[in-house]
Ligand binder design. Sequence first.
Ligand code: MN
Ligand code: MN
Length: 466
Amino acid sequence: MSESLKGTEILERLSYSKKNVFEEADANEIKAIYDYCKGYMHYLDVAKTEREATAEAIAMAEAKGYTEYKFGDKLVAGDKRYFNNKNKSVVFFNVGTDDISEEGMRILASHIDSPRIDLKQVPLYEDSGMAFLKTHYYGGVKKYQWTATPLALHGVMVKADGEIVKVCIGEDDEDPVFYINDLLPHLGRKQAQEPLGTAIPGESLNILVGGLPYNDPDVSDKIKLSVLSLLNDKYGVTEEDFLSAELSLVPSFKAKDIGFDRALIGAYGHDDRVCSYPALTALLDNMDTKRTVMVVLADKEEIGSVGITGMQSDVLTDIIAMISKSLGVDPIIVRSKSKCLSADVTACYDPNYADVYEKRNSAMISCGTCMSKFTGAAGKSNTNDASAEYVAFVRKLFADNGVIWQTAELGKVDCGGGGTVAMYIANHNIETVDLGVPVISMHAPYEVVSKADVYSTYKAFCAFVK
Ligand code: MN
Ligand code: MN
């Protein structure tokens, strides 16, 4: 280094440190951050399940001129289409004018399912003056967090004739809510000795749904019957219709600003709507891009990306093949030239639980969208480990576009771990790396993110698709 430079200047030039997005932003940028997050918070409130997120995302895209795609449709450059996968997952794509045999596609892949409490197929019973619904939880939940808190019932019941009955109870201020009982501390001495993981058994997550006996002295199970009678009056369904239903309990509370300065957002299901919303809005706000861009909002990530609506399904490669063939290019070549950001959340460093994090390699709140070169557990098992070359490509892209970002891995080595959809996309010979928003209290009924990180993720996705 030059002799004339001071040590502080040399330090600045040679060393790396994270930047706080708020600190780097001027007043206009901070206003842009807060304004963008108002749209995100509306999406959080109206799209609590994968079905609702699919419907809301399609409505947002249709408002910008996107139209439905069905397999077999011929595609041409300039087409803006979406494929609705069973109402639970959706793939948006812009067929660009760039040569996809050279440029490939730019893919943003996120998920729209979140941990929750699902109903069993024969759920309704009564016991000791109360009616309950049996449940089987979905995804990685800490069961004790779901008791003694207001819950809303979302989903569909499909009658034998195919009629779909949409259910959403507990979101309007006038609606009733539902509830999982917990034990009073006065009688909880034995429960308090139990480890957190077993103190609330899965089979005790029963949903309290009624207490008014049916007005007929001759029937048994009067409270169950009065619930069935109300459901029949409102939805025209019978107990048998639960057999072909998908009903879930999610927290009934709305997204709210957190903190005196409103810098943070508390909500159910930031994971992974906090990445799916920036992915979709980045696509819709860059309508004139010449690139062929695909935004995937997948289902079933929380249980392994399985099934027809999960990221392991052939739907992704089938759509790439249909676009490629329409443009006269071999899809194998297109995939080999494509690039993907796997848009999912990561664990945010929390000073209250510092012992599970290695601070230098943790996602720090408000320090921007966070890249995880690898996720996995116990010696990098079950992860896409992105190549240094691809990380360098993304690094330059963000530097060129003024995106403040950071890297992290999910907690200390051997403290646990996690996975994303990245490895399933990389399996298709598509360069992929994880990028997303750091989350506090991930998978809790109310999770927390920084508005700065939401907006940084949006800026990163805009740079990627434009
Ligand atoms: Mn996730
Ligand atoms: Mn998750």
